[in-house]
Design a protein around this ligand. Structure first.
Ligand code: UDP
Length: 339
């Protein structure tokens, strides 16, 4: 049973991945500081899997503490690094917090994993590194551009750091996974997305509006060059995303890499407009959502969806869950949580 270190394992994508790892028999160690997650996520994971992951509370900005935490788990075979701040708007208002948190943490984790001799590493990146794209779908070879937000730029810079670092250390096996738009929740309804404050993202804004926490959903723009004028994204079920991490990990552990740093898109390859997501949510959950069209949100792109061929060919992974399953599970989680 290999031990895997998961930073940010109590967060949204991290917690779903921890469950997938435990279900496959991995021994999981979570490093989290609860800056944007709750400790009871560990109990929720235990409720679902029957196993409470090992846990160390650590602020990854603290170099010495990170090293100590890694020293406790030297025998780990891989690190999956989720821990990061992720609110776009907040990052525009507090750029230094984002650069400090997301990049210092990454560097400290890299130094610590090298110090204890762990060579396998998976990084949470984002489709935001494609910036304002010119053609679709996005392949891993599409140009990387300056993202609109400091949050997005931390992902771009992190990828550059990983590229330089793996160039200098050929025995390392690293993967960056570029997520498109993760939504949905675990089937059990026990874990899901839990944004702090007013949500920035579409899905939690929809579920909170349906739950009565928000008056109405504002749809940002209906004058995009898309089928219904609203922006198109590649929404992917968070459980599919978790399974992709498992596939990437298994690939790393079998030493199948062609290059010691590889990048994969994680999406479904299918784009849906904001109005299609709303309609699907209403239909799947048999309710009406209060929404109104307003102006575009600054920095938003009209269309973004992935080419998923590479992950399929090389990792043997592709998304299985459809939009209905995404919106139904998101609503189940919101209702359970509000109870
Ligand atoms: N969106 C919206 N209203 C909201 C939040 C998001 O209309 O309250 C739209 C947003 O403009 C984008 C899509 O929903 O077209 C997905 O936005 P989200 O913030 O979830 O992800 P992004 O693709 O921006 O990272």
């Amino acid at each position: 049973m290999s031990k895997i270190i998961v930073t940010g394992g109590c967060g949204y994508i991290g917690s779903h991945t921890v469950i997938a790892l435990i279900d496959q028999g991995y021994k999981v160690v979570v490093f989290d500081d609860f800056s944007n997650a709750s400790e009871d996520t560990l109990d929720r994971i235990a409720k679902i899997t029957g196993i409470r992951p090992l846990f160390t509370r650590v602020d990854l900005k603290e170099k010495i503490k990170v090293l100590e935490a890694f020293n406790e788990h030297k025998e780990a075979k891989a690190v999956i690094h989720f821990a990061a701040y992720k609110a776009v708007k907040e990052s525009i208002n507090n750029p230094l917090d984002y650069y400090e948190n997301n990049l210092f943490s990454l560097i400290n984790v890299l130094n610590a994993q090298q110090a204890v001799g762990i060579n396998n590493f998976i990084f949470s990146s984002s489709a935001t590194v494609y910036g304002m794209p010119e053609s679709f779908p996005m392949t891993e070879n599409s140009p990387v551009k300056r993202p609109f937000s400091p949050y997005g730029n931390t992902k771009k810079i992190a990828e550059e750091i990983l590229e330089d670092y793996t160039n200098a250390n050929t025995k390392l096996s690293f993967i960056s996974l570029r997520y498109f738009n993760p939504i949905g929740a675990h089937d059990s309804g026990h874990i899901g997305e839990l944004p702090s404050g007013i949500p920035n993202n579409l899905m939690p804004y929809i579920t909170q509006t349906a739950a009565g926490l928000r008056d109405k959903l504002w749809v940002f723009g209906d004058d995009y060059p898309t089928k219904d004028g609203t922006a198109v994204r590649d929404y992917i079920h968070v459980v599919d995303l978790a399974e992709a991490h498992l596939a990437a990990l298994q690939y790393l552990m079998k030493n199948q890499q062609k290059a010691n740093y590889e990048i994969y898109n994680l999406g479904t390859g299918q784009g849906y407009s904001v109005l299609e997501v709303i309609k699907s949510f209403e239909l799947a959950n048999n309710l009406r959502l209060n929404y109104e069209i307003t102006s575009r949100r600054e920095g938003d792109v009209a269309v973004m969806y992935a080419s998923t061929d590479l992950a399929k060919q090389v990792l043997g992974w592709s998304a299985k869950r459809d939009l209905k399953s995404m919106v139904a599970s998101a609503w189940k989680w919101e209702q359970n949580f509000r109870k």
